[in-house]
Unconditional design. Structure first.
Length: 543
């Protein structure tokens, strides 16, 4: 890795102005603002029967690491990767290949390796962890990377670009205030977003309840009473019309150039408002007339019912043609309202409905004047639901853009403008960003001048330290009296939470010896947290 070189004052000021950061902030390259930036292994370690998870960009989701579909690599490969790119709790991972810009926080469990993932090592002396997390997720930072990404079908951002990317550095006290405000505001945004996202499902249930009330006579109960009209009868559908079973032409007789009759094969051509015509045939087997009602009788969409049209229909579609003395829209509503009941009759490995399943199904068939009244009321209520859904979608779009608007205000210093005015002592003098950065420069410079310890002396010290505290994994499991995850076993065996690669290597060798050579422990199924779990062999056998 190259030297950690900060920006000079003129470069920092130029970037600050370009990003519209407040005047009391400074800017550094990420390579210096964080302790360092790595990108994991570039190799493809072989999958192992037991070991540790290998995290890639696809595993970074919504601020966390998804361990459910990670590859397991051997302890030896993990040890080699950790020599260069060991992760620590609180570090940030950044997807840099494919879907660029997903950020995740490394949890307490650090028993995993990374491949082609940006590893931003925490620097608590200079950067508040939550402030850094939000900056990497912000639009200004993501836009900076978008302008510098490379690649064809699979875009990527190089490690060099990540290291040179800008990071704003307000005073630490202000960073915490910004992070706290973002926590609060973004939680409110997510809560609002969740409520808006539930509205389509609520409206779907509302529409279905309207249909149920309509075709049971409840919706027009008072209307009938005002006219002195009796409730209608429940009759089989075949008293309201006839059915035409679809039949598919041969594949060679189907075209996509608009030649012949429009051809409908299933609900995938219904977009909720209209039929999408993208198939035609000059040799139709069955033609549905205008005013038909299309019912899907086979496959995953069985039961889906929608307004039909003049068209050739395939074998997965039946066309119900209402009698002339029936209100066609009412019959459509009647079938849609009872679709779930009809689907219960579907049989076979590929669920299918027969003609009799449909025509023998009983529905409420009131006089035509009540049918017309029902249609009028249903359409009025549906129009209201459509209006609500449209407004909710517009509100959701505004909420989705609100997160980045909040980020923009935060990183222009607008969320903390009043706070800075009220707390000048926390952003000036020894608390200023400049003073903090200068202090870190001095400390890092002093560290560079210190002579490196000889490796033999370090090994001796480590060996002495471990001999007093570390026990074998078999002894740790016996003392625990229950299965332990890899991270729990590491602690139970006496290894420190910040153990180095040599200590990790001894731990992995001890596990491998107990698993393979001595067969005194067994590996259990991986947990939801992505960790391997271990138990005493004899206890596993009893279970």
């Amino acid at each position: 890795m190259g030297k950690l070189m900060p920006l000079n004052p003129s470069e920092s000021e130029k970037v600050r102005v370009n990003f519209q950061f407040p005047s009391n902030w400074i800017v550094e390259v990420a390579h210096y603002a964080f302790n360092e930036i790595r990108d994991g292994t570039h190799d493809s370690p072989k999958e192992a029967a037991f070991g540790v998870p290998l995290v890639t960009s696809k595993n970074l989701l919504d601020g966390v690491i998804d361990f459910t579909n990670t590859k397991t690599i051997s302890f030896d490969d993990h040890h080699e990767i950790s020599k260069r790119s060991a992760v620590s709790s609180g570090d940030l991972l950044f997807s840099m290949i494919g879907t660029i810009g997903n950020v995740a926080v490394v949890p307490e469990n650090t028993n995993f390796s990374v491949k082609n993932v940006g590893l931003f090592r925490k620097n608590d002396e200079l950067l508040n962890r939550r402030f850094a997390f939000y900056w990497l997720k912000s639009r200004p930072y993501q836009k900076y990377l978008e302008e510098r990404q490379r690649g064809g079908n699979q875009k990527f951002v190089s490690l060099g670009i990540l290291r040179e990317s800008p990071v704003p550095l307000p005073p630490l006290a202000e960073q915490k205030v910004i992070a706290d405000k973002l926590d609060t505001l973004l939680a409110q945004v997510e809560s609002t977003k969740a409520r808006l996202e539930r509205i389509p499902d609520i409206l779907k249930r509302f529409r279905q309840s309207v249909l149920s009330a309509a075709v049971s006579g409840k919706l027009t109960e008072e209307w009938r009473a005002s006219l002195g009209q009796e409730i209608g009868n429940v009759k089989p559908l075949d008293t309201a019309g006839k059915i035409i079973a679809g039949q598919s032409p041969s594949k060679s007789d189907v075209n996509f150039e608009g030649k012949g009759e429009p051809y409908v094969t299933g609900p995938e051509q219904w977009d909720g408002r209209k039929i999408l015509h993208h198939k035609w045939t000059e040799h139709p087997k069955r033609i549905a007339p205008s005013g038909s009602i299309f019912v899907t009788v086979k496959g995953a969409g069985v039961g889906t019912t929608f307004p039909g049209c003049y068209a050739a229909i395939g074998r997965d579609i039946y066309a119900f043609v209402p009698n002339e003395n029936m209100n066609h829209t009412y019959i459509l509503f009647a079938i849609q309202a009872s679709a779930d009941d009809v689907v219960l009759k579907a049989k076979g490995l590929i669920p299918g409905l027969t003609k009799s399943d449909i025509v023998e199904h009983e529905v409420y068939l009131p006089p035509v004047n009540e049918q017309a009244e029902i249609v009028c009321r249903v359409e009025e209520l549906f129009a209201f639901a459509d209006s609500v859904e449209k407004k909710a979608a517009a509100a959701l779009a505004r909420v989705n853009s609100l997160t980045q608007s909040i980020f923009a205000k935060a990183f222009r210093g607008e969320l903390t403008a009043d706070w800075r005015t009220a707390n000048p002592d926390l952003i000036s003098g020894e608390n200023s960003a400049e003073a903090l950065l200068e202090k870190i420069k001095i400390e890092r410079g002093a560290m560079k001048k210190q002579p490196k310890s000889k490796r033999t002396a370090v090994k001796k010290k480590i060996g002495s330290h471990m001999s007093k505290q570390v026990i074998k994994v078999i002894d740790a499991l016996e003392a625990a009296g229950k299965p332990l995850s890899g991270q729990q076993l590491l602690a139970a065996a006496g290894y420190p939470s910040d153990c180095d690669t040599e200590q990790l290597e001894q731990f992995f060798l001890d596990i491998r010896k107990a698993l393979i050579s001595e067969k005194t422990i067994v590996k259990l199924q991986r947990g939801d947290d992505g960790q391997d779990w271990f138990a005493l062999a004899q206890k596993s056998a009893k279970e």
